[in-house]
Ligand binder design. Structure first.
Ligand SMILES: [Zn+2]
Ligand SMILES: [Zn+2]
Length: 430
C-alpha cells in the first residue's frame, strides 16, 4: 500500500510505503522520522459531488508474520489483511483490493472530518473474521479438558484432529485505514463507489456522532539529540544510529530516546565485516522451568551432559532485530538462543558497518513464547500448556554481532550460521 503525502518542509508530493518510517524529500532533501502515538491513520478520499455528510469508518490494516502452534508443530506465514475495526452488518466486511489500487492519505491535524473510533481490537476483529473463514482449515479448539484426564503422554489416538493452541502476530505494521461512507434512505453507501456498502439496511450499531481521537502522524528531523549531526536511517528503520558520537536512538512520539546497545567484536577487523543487530532478552518465564542454561539443555533435550555451573548461568533469549521471512526468523531466534553467544562487549560504533534495525524490541519480546515452543523437544506434550506459559521482560539489549559479508550470504563462522541476503531483502517488504 502506498501513501500520498506532502513534504512538511516544502510541500512537494511524496509517496510513502506503509512500512516507511522515514520521509525523504527529493526536492528539499529533508529527512524526517515519522512517528505516531499508537497507530498510523490513513483515509481514502471520497468521490466528489456527494451531498450527504461523509463519515469515515475504521478498518485495521495488518501486515506481518503469523505463527500458530498446532498439535505438535509450528505453522507460519505472512498475513496481509484489512478487516473492520467496528462491528456492523451494514458495512463492507473488507476493503478488497483498494489498499493495493488506491493511495490513501495521512489523517492530518487540520482534518475536520468525522473519523469513527475503532471498537474492536485487531485481535477481536481477526477472531470474528476467522470464525467465518478458518485459517487454512485448521479447526480452532482450545478445549483443554480433554487432556486433563490423561496422566500418560498424549498419543496419536487421543488427538483425532489438529488443535490450535496458540497463535501470535510478530513484526507487524498495524494501522487504521478509514473508508468514507454516507447515509441515504437508511442505507450506508460507500463514498468511493457511490453504491450501497452491503445488502443490509443500517443496523444502528455505529456511533455516528462520536468522532475518533484523530491522532495524527508526527514528523521529526533526524538529527542526533546528543551531537546535533545527521543520523543514519533506512526508510524502514525504527532505531537511528549516530556514527559521529556512537549513539543509538529509538523513535517515539516524545522524540528520540537513547538506546543501550553492545557490540560483540570480531577477533580481527576486516573490510568484509558487517554487524547485524539482534535483541538479547532476559525474561522471567512462567509455566515452565527456564531460568538457567541447564534448564534449556533439558527442555530442548540437547545432546550435552549438564555441567554444574550451567545451573547458575543466566539464560538469554535472542531474536533478530531485522525483518526476515518467518522460517528464517524462527531459525535465527532458536539457533542463537540454543547457542547462547557469549563474548566480550563494548559500545563503540566508530568505524564499523552496521545493518539497520527494523524490528523493535517490543516485537522481539513478543516472539519469545514462539521460540520457547520451537525449542521444546516434546511439543505434543508441551503445547497444551502454552495457555499458562508466559514470559515477561527483565532486560532487553540490542547486540551487534559480526558477520562476513559474502556475495549471497552473511556468514558467522563461530556460530556456524549463514543468513541469505535475499531473506533480508524479502524482510523489508514484510
Ligand atoms: Zn521537501
Ligand atoms: Zn551524535
Amino acid at each position: 500500500m502506498k501513501i500520498e503525502h506532502e513534504c512538511p518542509q516544502c510541500g512537494a508530493p511524496v509517496v510513502l510505503e506503509e512500512t516507511d518510517r522515514l520521509l525523504s524529500c527529493n526536492f528539499c532533501r529533508t529527512k524526517l522520522s515519522i512517528q505516531t502515538r499508537d497507530f498510523f491513520r490513513y483515509y481514502f478520499p471520497p468521490a466528489e459531488n456527494i451531498k450527504e455528510d461523509i463519515f469515515f469508518v475504521p478498518y485495521w490494516r495488518f501486515r506481518g508474520m503469523h505463527f500458530c502452534c498446532i498439535t505438535d508443530r509450528i505453522k507460519h506465514g505472512l498475513l496481509d489483511k484489512t478487516i473492520p475495526a467496528v462491528e456492523s452488518r451494514s458495512l463492507q466486511p473488507s476493503l478488497g483490493l483498494r489498499p493495493q489500487t488506491l493511495k490513501p492519505r495521512f489523517v492530518q491535524p487540520t482534518d475536520k472530518r468525522v473519523f469513527l473510533e475503532p471498537r474492536l481490537s485487531f485481535k477481536e476483529s481477526y477472531i470474528l473474521t476467522e470464525q467465518k473463514v478458518s485459517f487454512e482449515q485448521v479447526p480452532v479448539r482450545k478445549d483443554l479438558t480433554l487432556f486433563e484426564s490423561f496422566d500418560i503422554p498424549i498419543t496419536e489416538t487421543v488427538i483425532k484432529q489438529d488443535v490450535l493452541f496458540y497463535e501470535s502476530f510478530i513484526a507487524e505494521t498495524l494501522s487504521l485505514l478509514y473508508a468514507p461512507v454516507y447515509m441515504r434512505d437508511g442505507i450506508i453507501y460507500d463514498a468511493i463507489l457511490k453504491e450501497p456498502a452491503s445488502d443490509h439496511p443500517y443496523d444502528g450499531t455505529l456511533d455516528l456522532q462520536v468522532a475518533g481521537k484523530n491522532l495524527t502522524a508526527l514528523f521529526l528531523p533526524t538529527i542526533c539529540p546528543n551531537c546535533g549531526r545527521d543520523m543514519v536511517a533506512e526508510r524502514d528503520s525504527c532505531i537511528l544510529a549516530c556514527p559521529h558520537c556512537s549513539s543509538l536512538w529509538a523513535t517515539s512520539p516524545e522524540g528520540f530516546t537513547t538506546t543501550h546497545f553492545a557490540v560483540m567484536r570480531a577477533a580481527k577487523s576486516s573490510a568484509d565485516l558487517v554487524y547485524l543487530p539482534f535483541w538479547r532478552m532476559k525474561m522471567s518465564v512462567r509455566g515452565v522451568d527456564l531460568k538457567s542454561y541447564a534448564d534449556l539443555v533439558r527442555f530442548a533435550n540437547l545432546p550435552k551432559s549438564i555441567r554444574k555451573e550451567w545451573e547458575e548461568s543466566a539464560l538469554y533469549f535472542w531474536a533478530p532485530a531485522f525483518k526476515v521471512p518467518p522460517p528464517t526468523f524462527l531459525m535465527l531466534s532458536k539457533q542463537l538462543t540454543l547457542l547462547q553467544p557469549d563474548k566480550n562487549i563494548d559500545d563503540n560504533l566508530t568505524g564499523i558497518r552496521v545493518y539497520p534495525v527494523n524490528l523493535p524490541g517490543t516485537e522481539a519480546i513478543e516472539s519469545v513464547k514462539i521460540t520457547i515452543a520451537d525449542m521444546c523437544a516434546r511439543k505434543k506434550i508441551f503445547f497444551p500448556q502454552l495457555d499458562s506459559t508466559g514470559a515477561e521482560r527483565i532486560e532487553c539489549l540490542l547486540v551487534y554481532y559480526p558477520f562476513i559479508d559474502t556475495k549471497n550470504e552473511f556468514i558467522q563462522q563461530d556460530l556456524r550460521l549463514g543468513i541469505q541476503k535475499n531473506a533480508l531483502k524479502m524482510g523489508q517488504r514484510i
